[in-house]
Design a protein around this ligand. Structure first.
Ligand code: HSE
Length: 306
């Protein structure tokens, strides 16, 4: 095999209380990829369709950087050309960079017949994230690779668990963050009482998914004492909008990954109403909302060849 065509989904990282350890994949949007062996010994990346300029210097792009790490680690010299068909928004906390890293590593593993396990692929792919988010977090790459809901059991060694996620209707407002990353503003310490609350909500997330209880899932994802207090500062009217969306019947609301996109957990009956309300609330505050109605999905990186 000389080339492979793939698709990788957008993902919601953190999922409320699970900072760097929880994520799930979305049915839409997604990006498409061609990963091709070439006769050179360089790693190249080409981006098509993007409305904004994205890095194509190999060490600055999450996909090619992850491949550079992989080939260096294995001592392999091969030429690889990565083409990314951009269909999803970037720098918005929807895992676009994680999807590129996950698809690139999946593709190279497949065309070179490396036989890497899922955990090995995630461990390498997350290294690509350093150029976009400043840290090798694995939540987005794991959900993009495996689909469904993922939880990180351990970073050292990399060990990722996966739970089939029920179909959950979602409403998102996609917003680009002004800063490249907001991680550095997150304090390194948390009081014991907040740790307790955070941990109980993490347990509730897993419990709700095991039961298939979307209402409990929504309640569980409302709480976060790590990322939300900091990242909400970049979203005008965040706490008021959250209250309105929950009062209108959404089960949960929080920031997606590194922000500034937000997501609401809905049911089939109220999804359109929540979408309308979210649009109005952001408009009222002088923003131009980009509302997406979508749902969770269990598909990760998918081969499009056959
Ligand atoms: N866990 C990562 C973070 C997700 O919070 O920075 C980034 O999308």
């Amino acid at each position: 095999m000389k080339e492979i065509y793939l698709r990788a989904p957008a993902t919601v990282g953190n999922v409320g209380p699970g900072f760097d350890i929880f994520a799930f994949s979305l049915k839409e949007p997604y990006d498409e990829f061609e990963i091709r062996l070439t006769n050179s010994d360089s790693i190249d990346v080409e981006i098509q369709n993007s409305i904004v300029e994205l890095p194509t210097v190999p060490s600055d792009n999450t996909g090619s950087l992850a491949v550079i790490h992989l080939l260096e680690k294995l001592g392999i010299k091969r030429g690889i050309h990565i083409t990314i068909q951009k269909k999803m928004p970037i720098s918005s906390g929807l895992g676009s960079s994680g999807a590129s890293a996950a698809a690139s590593i999946y593709g190279v593993n497949k065309i070179l017949g490396l036989g890497l396990s899922n955990n090995e692929m995630i461990d390498i792919a997350r290294r690509g994230e350093v150029v976009s988010g400043g840290s090798p977090h694995a939540d987005n790459v794991a959900a993009a690779l495996l689909g469904g809901f993922i939880f990180i059991r351990s970073y050292k060694p990399m060990d990722v668990g996966r739970i089939e996620i029920p179909r959950i209707p979602l409403v998102l407002n996609v917003m680009r963050k002004k800063e490249k990353t907001t991680r550095s503003f997150i304090p390194g310490e948390l009081s014991l009482s907040l740790v307790g609350e955070q941990t109980s909500h993490c347990a509730m997330v897993i419990h709700s998914l095991m039961k298939g209880d979307i209402e409990e899932f929504g309640e569980a994802i409302r709480c976060d004492h790590i990322s939300e207090p900091i990242r909400s500062n970049s979203i005008k009217g965040y706490w008021e909008i959250k209250e309105k969306i929950l009062d209108a019947g959404a089960y949960g609301f929080n920031i997606s990954g590194g922000g500034s996109s937000v997501f609401a957990v809905c049911n089939e009956e109220n999804q359109d109403e929540i979408a309308h309300l979210m649009e109005q609330e952001f408009k009222k505050r002088g923003q131009t909302p980009h509302i997406i109605t979508t749902e969770t999905c269990n598909e990760g990186v998918k081969e499009l060849n056959n």
